[in-house]
Design a protein around this ligand. Sequence first.
Ligand code: ZN
Length: 121
Amino acid sequence: MERKLFNYWRKKLNLSDWTIKFEFNVDPDDMAIEGACCATSFVESCKSAIVQIVDPNKMEDGIVPFNLEETIVHELLHLKLSLITTGSDAMTERVGHQIIDDLSKSFVATRKDHEIKGENK
Ligand SMILES: [Zn+2]
């Protein structure tokens, strides 16, 4: 299911020109960023990336419950907007990150709305 969602959103977000290694159910000790539930490292010049998502069963509960699909979209939006949000000043990166999070929630909610209406076949 993880890979299916990943491929779905990668296509929807037009990221097929990126080479992306997708790792899910990663042990917390193996995450590139300690304590993170997700991490994406990338080289924008050659459009290559590694997206890691932690094994939710091995993660401590946060304030907001873990949502796999929103997390996937969030990480893919980091790639989509990498030219705008990376290497800019700290405030722009923070604002960019907040926008990415808002958009990922909106996109997933919209997909689910369409699913309920039976339009996502
Ligand atoms: Zn992020």
